[in-house]
Design a protein around this ligand. Structure first.
Ligand SMILES: O=C(O)C1=C[C@@H](OP(=O)(O)O)[C@@H](O)[C@H](O)C1
Ligand SMILES: C=C(OP(=O)(O)O)C(=O)O
Length: 450
């Protein structure tokens, strides 16, 4: 299936991108485009709303263009209009019609977890069949919880018994809703996807998680926040239970915050090169997982200060090892592992077994690539052990994983001769990555940068 990402302006680059080194302390500022997680939640709610919406400063990247294309395939109208911010157009969304086009409709999930877990419950509300598929890497990401959940709510799904993409949602336009217990230990997105559409189910949704762990709780808090922003009633007062009353989201006029998980490598740059990096417009209150970078910066021995202009990260270049549970904020793991690989002491990252089902098996990928550069990384049952070692150059494989490329760039700041294979994979969430990173590394100081 052709991907809308192919229409994004990505400059062609050599197969291996030489990661720029920074041998002196930084003194730079950077603006980061909008949050993937917020953009894709707002798009879904806007499509389910009863009036038009405007998303200001949304993220334009492969994952969000795929979400816009998926909702358009289901019958919503998503159009670009004048930009409110620095990184491209705003989005206007006309919600899904009650009666859509004749099916079967086709949705390309690419490699986007948010598309493959958030769209099926929306598809179930359409009045025709919807076929979902994605990249080769998407066809092995866990999907069974979404499929079984929708079946338990009365939706007929044809997945050939595999519990994976591709599958067809044979929608009738109605979902019963009501009580449902799922095992979301492989991804918080199973919970978020059901909740985002849950208000539109006949009985709303009374959702419980029963399973060994629940990763990504920060992302679930974000889902509840945006549902409430759209006027829906959500009770999350009991642990691992979310009750959403039947209701239709109201139209949104929202400004998307900068993506703090994409800001993480830029914050890490100040830690590993020393000096300071200001990330403009870091929100003073947020549900984004990436906000955890603030305590992670302290754990590595850096510091930061947050004011109305943004977050300023200070580092000395000396890095302590850390012992951290990243279960709530797993998507920070690649950058944290990269900083840990440069630290003076051993580090342990815990609580992230579910990363084996991300864009790639991230625990295996990080271990392989850190060790390829002379590091000492080891997988544990639920994370990584990284010991101090003298790193050397080499070509880092990225496995179609934007965060592997960003992690390699962090190591490349300090280690000469690091090349990054397929750095354009960063277009999944940050098509401007190499441009922003090069300006950061080249920055002479505040006066020239700003
Ligand atoms: O809901 C979201 O926007 C996300 C949830 C998380 O997924 P997992 O719970 O599968 O880690 C995160 O890693 C992903 O990047 C975005
Ligand atoms: C895990 C991630 O993405 P996805 O939304 O595809 O799960 C990520 O961005 O780190």
């Amino acid at each position: 299936m052709p991907s809308p990402a192919s229409s994004l302006p990505v400059q062609s680059r050599p197969a291996v991108w030489p990661a720029p080194r920074r041998e002196s302390a930084l003194d730079a500022r950077v603006s980061i485009p909008g949050s993937k997680s917020l953009t894709n939640r707002f798009l879904v709610l806007a499509a389910l709303a009863d009036e038009p919406s405007r998303l200001r400063s949304p993220l334009h990247s492969r994952d969000t263009e795929l979400m816009a294309a998926a909702l358009s395939a289901l019958g919503a109208t998503v159009t670009k209009t004048t930009a409110s911010g620095d990184f491209g157009s705003d989005w206007l969304v006309q919600p899904l019609p009650r009666v859509g086009a004749p099916g079967p409709l086709q949705v390309d999930c690419g490699l986007a977890g948010t598309v493959m877990r958030f769209i099926p419950p929306v598809a179930a509300l359409c009045s025709q069949s919807v076929v979902l598929d994605g990249d080769a890497g998407a066809r092995i990401r866990p999907m069974r919880t979404t499929i079984d959940a929708l079946r338990a709510l009365g939706v007929q799904i044809d997945d050939g018994g595999r519990g994976l993409l591709p599958f067809t949602v044979n929608a009738t336009g109605q979902v019963r809703g009501g009580n449902l217990t799922i095992d979301a230990s492989a991804s918080s997105q199973f919970v978020s996807g059901l909740l985002l559409a849950g208000g539109r189910f006949d009985l709303g949704l009374d959702l419980r998680h029963a399973g060994p762990v629940l990763p990504g709780r920060a992302h679930i808090r974000m889902t509840i926040e945006v549902l409430r922003d759209a006027g829906l009633l959500v009770d999350d007062s009991e642990p691992d239970r979310w009750q959403i009353e039947p209701g239709v989201p109201r139209g949104l006029d929202v400004t998307v915050e900068p993506d703090l998980s994409n800001a993480a490598p830029f914050a890490a740059a100040a830690l590993v090169s020393g000096g300071s990096v200001q990330i403009r417009d870091w929100p003073t209150w947020t549900t984004q997982a990436g906000d955890s970078m603030r305590w992670l910066i302290d754990a590595f021995g850096g510091s930061s200060s947050l004011d109305r202009s943004g977050l300023t990260v200070h580092g000395t270049g000396e890095l302590s090892g850390v012992d951290v549970d990243l279960g709530e904020v797993g998507e920070l793991t690649p950058v944290v592992a990269a900083v840990a690989a440069l630290a003076d002491g051993p580090s342990r990252i815990r609580g992230v077994a579910h990363l084996r089902g991300h864009e790639t098996d991230r625990l295996k990928a990080l271990t392989t690539e850190i060790n390829r550069l002379g590091g000492s990384a080891e997988e544990t049952a639920d994370g990584l052990l990284i010991r101090p070692a003298k790193l050397h150059g080499g070509v880092v494989e990225t496995y179609h994983d934007h965060r592997m490329a960003m992690a390699a760039a962090v190591i490349g700041l300090r280690v000469p001769g690091v090349g990054i294979e397929n750095v354009d994979t960063t277009a999944k969430t940050l098509p401007e990555f190499t441009q922003l990173w090069t300006s950061l590394v080249d920055s002479a100081g505040r006066n020239r940068e700003s």
